[in-house]
Design a protein around this ligand. Structure first.
Ligand code: S3P
Length: 167
């Protein structure tokens, strides 16, 4: 059985929620690149972006992904922009583990992220950002899981099947 699984997808796709639920169901620890960045920097994502720009954040995020991938077993939740970096895409492509793209409708993204204040790149023009990233999401994933209207428990079930099947 596979001992690692990576969740990718746009902001609001449910990476954090699903990683926690899958972690609870499998008993495997969960590593969230955003959390690892914040913990290592002792600063919020907003503060890192303000002080170091997106470039600084991406460097930290790459280090966080590398760290997360050293842990087996492990469920790894990533930030929505992880696939914008070639080095991260190369890391994920080199692994023989499920890299699952969570997808969600634009209306659901707007609903879930209404009032969000800790995502510096979530702005009015977010659909353009998603469109720019779409090829990278699809190229980086070896499995696509639509989440709109689905129950977390059902999605966890599917992910667990994936771990057994591909293992
Ligand atoms: C980002 C997504 C965020 C976080 C940062 C940048 C992005 O993570 O890494 O604000 O570029 O899409 P979530 O996808 O967990 O919101």
């Amino acid at each position: 059985m596979m001992q690692q699984l990576v969740l990718i997808g746009f902001m609001g796709a449910g990476k954090t929620t699903l990683s926690q639920a899958l972690g609870a169901a499998t008993g495997w620890p969960v590593y969230d690149t955003d959390d690892l960045v914040v913990t290592a920097a002792h600063r919020s994502i907003n503060t890192i972006f303000a002080q170091e720009g997106e470039t600084g954040f991406r460097h930290r995020e790459h280090a966080a992904l590398e760290t997360a991938l050293t842990h087996t077993p492990g469920i790894i939740a990533t930030g929505g922009g992880i696939i914008t970096q070639a080095a991260n895409r190369a890391l994920l492509a080199a692994l023989d583990i499920p890299v699952v793209l969570l997808t969600v409708t634009p209306a659901e993204i707007n609903r879930r992220l209404a009032g969000t204040t800790d995502r510096p790149l979530f702005k009015k023009d977010w659909p353009d950002l998603l469109q720019d990233r779409q090829p990278w999401y699809e190229a980086s994933a070896n499995c696509i899981l639509p989440t709109t209207g689905r129950q977390v428990a059902d999605l966890v079930n599917e992910l667990q099947h994936l771990l057994v099947e591909e293992g």
